[in-house]
Design a protein around this ligand. Structure first.
Ligand SMILES: [Zn+2]
Length: 455
């Protein structure tokens, strides 16, 4: 299988990074953990020393400089800070659901040190000013690094191409109309051509709109029983198939990322495209790796999500896709909604569920406990892979290499705990998994050499 070519991209994240930089000289010694850095192939028990916000040294039995803070990490995994390429922070416009402050607090609670936020805000992030607004707000109130994904079309209306070059220069790390699909093949191919000039990535919300009008959940036995309009798999597959076809016809295709893959057929289309050497990636969410449409029984709006939860065979195919290297990106699609909104009748309630605070143990359950992949591969899927997708590797993120920003997540793989909405820090608590027992937890989150979450 030919992996997609990595095209390096540049953008200005200095505003955001500045606020997170540790005081010069601040020093941490993380002692005796299993240090896993897939980007450099490192996996061994040793110490990590950070200073001035960067990784200074990795090795056995390193001394602690005077004044250093020592963190005992025996029995823990010491990983590069986790990266989530698919988050909805709801700011500007829907601050009652989530803000940059509350969403990044949820992120660091879950072990994430960098998140990419989607542009379906109000207004949509479709101008350089709005890209800068996100960086500025994150530098003031963010607990971790925030990288905006900009809209591919103006107002996310799927009609007029956004100012791709200017948005890229302003620091947009990728492009997406997420929440909506770019339905017009003509507009889509123009957006691909414009993005290919920047070396950036287009992230598609794969949903053919005419096949999903009024759809509330997966088209299957449960939707039939509940009398709800179904969202068929083919509405997702048709878009990925179409986009892959458009990319084949471009002289230099841009990088293409299929968000939140929900159907077994989509996994197969992505597998074929990658085998043909196209720069295509696919993304799996925690819920599509574990849950099925039966959860919508009793009109449970907390299980209403877009694309919908499907069937056990789809879940198996997505896990298999991660296992064989077809799916290389994990994203939570953290989608906060208020309790009032989720109390509406099923047809009217908004789609989405939160995920940042407990994604890691859900990924571990679906992928590592099941035997599909190892912990080091899971760490790769949460660090170096999304860093490359969004060009964050150029900033030194997604690795523990000497000199890179000291973004580090400590993981206790055997910690037992339970999802409790009362103790969640995000503004919205919309999850169908309250009370679920979990194994594994991020116990310490470090951004730029500063401990920002837990111990
Ligand atoms: Zn989406």
């Amino acid at each position: 299988m030919t992996p997609p070519t990595t095209i390096k991209t540049r953008h200005d994240s200095s505003r955001n990074a500045a606020a997170l930089r540790a005081a010069p000289g601040a020093c941490l010694v993380i002692r005796g953990g299993r240090v896993i850095d897939p980007a450099s192939g490192l996996d061994r028990v040793c110490d990590v020393v950070t200073e001035g916000g960067v990784i200074r040294e990795i090795g056995k039995k390193l001394g602690a400089p005077s004044g250093a803070r020592v963190i005992e990490a025996e029995g823990l995994i010491v990983a590069p800070g986790l990266i989530d390429p698919h988050v909805h922070l709801r700011e500007p416009g829907h601050e009652y659901k989530e803000t940059i402050a509350s969403g990044t607090a949820a992120a660091v609670a879950g072990g994430f040190t960098s998140i990419c936020c989607m542009p379906n805000t109000s207004p949509a992030i479709d101008t350089p000013e709005l890209v800068r607004f996100v960086y500025d707000k994150a530098s003031l109130s963010g607990r971790c690094r925030v990288f905006p994904v900009a809209a591919g079309t103006k107002g996310r209306e799927g009609k007029e191409i956004a100012e791709i070059q200017l948005l890229h220069k302003a620091g947009a790390v990728a492009f997406s109309d997420d929440g909506d699909c770019i339905a017009s093949a003509q507009v889509m191919s123009r957006v691909f051509a414009a993005i290919s000039q920047t070396g950036s990535t287009f992230m598609q919300h794969c949903q053919e709109p005419t096949l999903t009008q009024g759809a509330a959940m997966h088209a299957g036995t449960v939707s039939a029983r509940l009398g709800l309009t179904g969202w068929p798999r083919m509405a997702e597959e048709i878009i990925i198939e179409r986009d892959v076809r458009l990319l084949r016809h471009l002289r230099s295709p841009c990088r293409y990322h299929a968000q939140h893959v929900s159907s077994a057929g989509s996994v197969e289309i992505i597998r074929r495209a990658r085998q043909d050497g196209l720069p295509v990636t696919g993304e799996a969410t925690p819920h599509h790796l574990l849950l099925t449409h039966e959860l919508c029984e009793n009109y449970n709006t907390l299980a209403k999500v877009n694309p919908p939860l499907r069937e056990a065979a789809d879940v198996r195919a997505i896990v298999e896709g991660v296992s064989d290297g077809t799916i290389t990106i994990l994203g939570t699609d953290h989608a906060p909604h208020s309790a009032e909104e989720k109390s509406l009748p099923f047809e009217d309630a908004p789609m989405g569920m939160v995920g940042l605070e407990f994604a890691l143990p859900l990924y571990a359950e679906a992928l590592v406990a099941s035997g599909a992949i190892s912990w080091p591969r899971l760490i790769a899927l949460l660090t170096v892979e999304p860093a490359r997708l969004c060009g964050l590797d150029v900033l030194g993120l997604g690795t523990l290499c000497k000199g890179s920003p000291a973004d580090i997540t400590l993981i206790d793989t055997s910690a037992k705990w339970k999802i409790d909405p009362a103790s969640m820090v995000g503004k919205s608590k919309n999850t169908p998994l309250a009370g679920r027992r979990l194994t594994g937890r991020a116990v310490c989150t470090i951004v730029g050499g500063v401990v920002v979450g837990a111990e």
